[in-house]
Design a protein around this ligand. Sequence first.
Ligand SMILES: C[S@@+](CC[C@H](N)C(=O)[O-])C[C@H]1O[C@@H](n2cnc3c(N)ncnc32)[C@H](O)[C@@H]1O
Length: 316
Amino acid sequence: MTYGHRPVMLDEVARLIDAGPGATYVDATVGYGGHAERLAELAGLSGRVIGIDRDAQALEAARRRLSGFGGVVTLVRRRFSEIDAVAREEGVTRVDGVLFDLGVSSPQLSSDERGFSFRGSSRLDMRMDPSQGPTAGELVNELDEAELSRILREFGEEKWASRIASFIVEARRREVIDSTERLVEIIKAAVPASARRGDQHPGRRVFQALRIAVNDELSELRTALEKVPKLLRGGGRVVVISYHSLEDRIVKSGFRQAERGCRCPPDFPECRCGGRPTLRVLTKRPVVPEPSEVAGNPRARSARLRAAEKVEVEGP
Ligand SMILES: C[S@@+](CC[C@H](N)C(=O)[O-])C[C@H]1O[C@@H](n2cnc3c(N)ncnc32)[C@H](O)[C@@H]1O
C-alpha cells in the first residue's frame, strides 16, 4: 500500500542510517509514516521511533499506519527545529539515528485546500501547520514589492523575480489575489513567452519560494542541523533527503562545518575557537535514486540524500 505518499530511497535510508534492533530513531519529518514504518520494523520491539511533523493531517495518517507498532512509535506535533526539546520531553538523551525527508508530501501537494500546488485551483495557503503563521495569500497581498521580489529571487532562484513582483503588485491594486490559479495567471502574464514554453511550469519557482517563506523552511533546517550532533550517540547517523538546491546546499555546508569543527576565519594561523569535529560525512557526493525509482515515482526525481556519522568522543 502507498498511503498516498511513496517514501523516497527507502532502502538507501535504512542502509545509511544503519538501522537495527534495539535502536532509537527520530524521524523528524514523519509525514505519512513510510520511512518510520521501515525504521520501526528494523528497530523491533526493543527499539523506539519518535516521529515529528508540524502537519496534523499527516500525523493522523501516520498514527493510523503505525498503530500496529504500539509503544515503539511516538508521534509528536512540533517543528523539527525543536528536535532537542522533543527528545528531552520523551525522556531520550541520545539517539542512534535522525532522518529528515524534507519538503512536502504527495497528499499535501495534491490537496485541494492546502494551496501548495500550481496545478488546479485552491486558496493560497501553503502552511504546513495551518494553525500558525501567515498564509501565502497574506504574503502575496501584503508584502511590499521589493520584499516580494527578494523572496522570489532568493528562495525560488526565479530569474523573473522583479517582473513577477511588479505584476503582482499591479494586479492587487484591482483585486485580492486569493487563489493559486489567479497567481499562476499573473505569473504567466509576467514572464516572457520563452519562459512559458520551457519544460518546467512557469509557476514552479514562485510556488517554491512562497512555500519556503511561509514555513520558514531554510532556518528550520539550519537550526535543526546544528542541534543534531549533540543528540546523536557516538557512531549514530543523520540522513537528510532534500529536493532542491537551496536545501541541499545547507545540508552540504552544515555537514562540512560539523566535520571541520573549528569556526575560526580561514586566515587565523591557529584555531582560537576550540571547536572540535562532531560529524564525519559518509556521502562525499549526494546519493540519488535509481532510474527505476524515478520512473515509478516522479517526486523522487530531484531527491538528493546526504548522510553523516557522529564522531566518537575521545577521552575518559
Ligand atoms: C516529504 S514529507 C515526509 C514523508 C515521509 N518520509 C513518509 O515516508 O511518509 C515531509 C514532511 O515533513 C513535514 N515538515 C516539513 N518541514 C517541517 C518542519 N520544519 N517541522 C516539522 N515537520 C516538517 C511536512 O509537513 C511533511 O509531512
